[in-house]
Design a protein around this ligand. Structure first.
Ligand code: NDP
Ligand code: GDP
Length: 331
């Protein structure tokens, strides 16, 4: 039975990846931080097959201990301060966890190593935010980085140190440069889920308006369930390499809003949306669109869910969720 250690197991991607690895017959270990992390209980209820291991990307010795106790074949480093807006408010924490955390995990892997004939394979969750103020469109593995936030800068460090450890020590280390990916498990702080949840609540008469920052930025939004497949495929490839994972289509926040309201049967969406300075960023990433040709050619990866279906899935999930919460509240 192959063994995988996943950091960020309580996050969106951690949950999809845990399911995928379990289906593939892996023993799944999830690194959880904190002394009484409330998300552990939810994790254990929904994914009882995950074995929880304590540890923190800010603490090297805890990573060494996690590797020693779990002896994984594969490590997926998904843990991060992952919200761009938070990274502007807590840049040092972001650099420490999202950036240096990668170095700590690579050092821990170098120390613990894995069996001689079966070295640990490492996946780093890199991000299209590294492209920032884009130098080329669409963006691929050769596009130079120009990050626009402390999060993007920390991810560039994580990416470069992953490549450096592969070159320097021959580690089987891959960096997946994933474009935005969403789904019903996305955190409510991210714009897609914030929109679909607000649309559901407006539809049910539980909320009057939706306050947003800029509606103009464009993103290449895919479905998270498809993207964790690409992570796994990278670690099964003969050679460790870096891959862009994207749909190749881009849409504005405005288009997402329109489609989400329409999916709930509301056409006059503009009357519910208010622009709010608080959600603007000191520096914006205006346009992201990825070219995943390399992943398609070498890994046989392709996205399965198109943009309209993604929006509709998230809206109908949130309508059901909010209805259920209302029913429970009234009981
Ligand atoms: P989430 O924000 O949903 O999850 C982040 C995870 O990191 C949580 O499990 C969180 O734990 C954990 N974490 C935070 N701080 C630490 C720490 N100090 N030590 C250990 N774990 C920590 O992110 P996603 O699932 O959406 O993304 C997964 C990864 O992929 C992240 O690295 C993200 O930056 C990257 N990425 C995501 C993209 C996307 O569109 N979703 C696009 C490109 C890259 P807790 O719950 O306890 O806070
Ligand atoms: P990001 O691409 O990792 O920053 O993912 P987000 O979902 O946080 O943001 C996507 C885009 O939506 C960014 O360009 C944001 O500036 C924009 N946006 C506009 N309004 C909001 C908002 O209210 N919340 C968030 N999170 N993003 C917003």
């Amino acid at each position: 039975m192959p063994r995988a250690l996943v950091t960020g197991i309580t996050g969106q991607d951690g949950q999809y990846l845990a399911e995928l690895l379990h289906q593939k017959g892996y023993e799944v270990f999830g690194l959880v931080k904190g002394q009484n992390n409330p998300r552990t209980v939810l994790l254990q209820e929904e994914f009882p097959f995950v074995e929880v291991v304590g540890g923190d990307l800010a603490d090297l010795s805890s990573l060494v201990a996690a590797l020693e106790s779990t002896q994984p074949d594969e490590v997926y480093n998904l843990g991060a301060i992952s919200f761009v807006a938070l990274s502007f408010r807590q840049p040092e924490l972001t650099a420490n966890v999202t950036g240096l955390g990668v170095l700590r995990m690579l050092e821990a892997i170098r120390m613990v190593g894995g069996a001689d004939n079966n070295p640990i394979r490492f996946y780093q969750a890199s991000s299209s935010e590294m492209f920032g103020k884009v130098r080329m469109t669409p963006q691929n593995e050769e596009t130079p980085f120009y990050p626009r936030s402390p999060y993007g800068v920390a991810k560039v460090f994580g990416h470069d140190i992953t490549v450096n450890y592969r070159d320097s020590y021959g580690l089987f280390a891959c960096s997946g440069i994933l474009f935005n990916h969403e789904g019903p498990r996305r955190g409510l702080e991210f714009v897609t889920r914030k929109i679909t949840n607000a649309v559901a609540r407006i539809k049910l008469g539980l909320q009057q308006e939706l306050a947003l920052g800029s509606l103009e930025p464009q993103r290449d939004w895919g479905f998270a369930g498809d993207y964790v497949q690409a992570m796994w495929l990278m670690l099964q490839h003969d050679e460790p390499q870096d891959f862009v994972v994207a749909t190749g289509q881009t849409h504005s926040v405005r288009e997402f809003v329109e489609l989400a309201f329409r999916a709930a049967g509301i056409d006059d969406w503009a009357r519910y949306v208010r622009q709010d300075e608080r959600f603007m960023r000191p520096a914006e990433v205006d346009l992201l669109v990825g070219d995943a040709g390399k992943a398609r050619r070498l890994l046989g990866w392709a996205p399965t869910m198109a943009f309209p279906e993604l929006v509709e899935t998230m809206v109908s999930h949130d309508i059901e969720l909010e209805q259920r919460k209302e029913r429970n509240r009234r009981r």
